[in-house]
Design a protein around this ligand. Sequence first.
Ligand SMILES: [Ca+2]
Ligand SMILES: [Ca+2]
Length: 332
Amino acid sequence: MFINCKSRKKPKSFSLILCLFLLCLLSGCGLRKAANQADGNQITLSPEPTNTMGVSDRTEEADTNNKVVTIEPSDTSNATEDPKIEDFSEMDKYFKDYTFDVSYDEKLAFYQRTFSIQGAFDLNRDGEADRINAVLKANYEEGSYIEVNGIKVTLDPFNPSGEIQIIDLDSKDSYVEVAIFDEGPSGDPNFKFFQYDGKELYSLGSIDRYALMDGQGKFISWFHLTNYFKPQFFSAWGEFKNKEYVITNHDVEQYIGKTYEVDGSGYFVPLDKNPENFFDHTVWDLETLREFKETKIKLLDIHIEPEDRTLNWFYVELPDGERGLLYFWIGD
Ligand SMILES: [Ca+2]
Ligand SMILES: [Ca+2]
């Protein structure tokens, strides 16, 4: 189902990648920003979850919300605190068992709905329940907001579903957060987090819906995970520091040369030699699509950038000795 619904967007994604590549050629440092920004929108902080191509014209707005994605130098990944993937789980595990009162006009189509949300939960754990109200309108229409004890933060969701959760992002602090879901403009679902400290209501930023978290403040974006590999590994992790989301690169060299079990639909382009530029060989074609089922694949190389930790391009050897580029549909 995932693949089917995503396949429709192949040409779009290809042009996106092509555009990114051209961007890279045309403006060296521009790319760094675009890549970070793209990351930011997928996994972290932008108030406007959107795809990379939409980012440039929204960058200013994003910056005015004081949300900056910081990428720490990759050498810090050698620090002993580098997280272990076994400690991470899907976000749902950290939702509190609390249901908000959500209402909307059922006669309206999904994309036209305005969700009115009411609830009460002790967000700063001072023993007193905090009143939470939210209005969510679609398509960046004005008038969306979240309010805690009368303190309002404006929102601009693109495709809200009315889903809102209480989540404990970090068990080490005395807060629990509010998470508001947004399906995003083109299948880039994410949660936006809000923290109330008794005085202020802060927008912490957003994280892709299928990111993992450890409940101690650390996250691994779905885009930084080998979602189809067993055992799974990751290329970066992130955490909120001083209300800013900081990404730390994780060394992936250590995973090269090992054999993994691959499951799912992936694109495979036969190539005798490890290509220098994988974008040159990327084809979003049904002919290159293969089904893998517990296929033992030897990982020969990983194509990844220090600035963009999207973990999706692998040079591999199949069980029959055939070599080529393996990659997966990751949306646009
Ligand atoms: Ca309270
Ligand atoms: Ca907490």
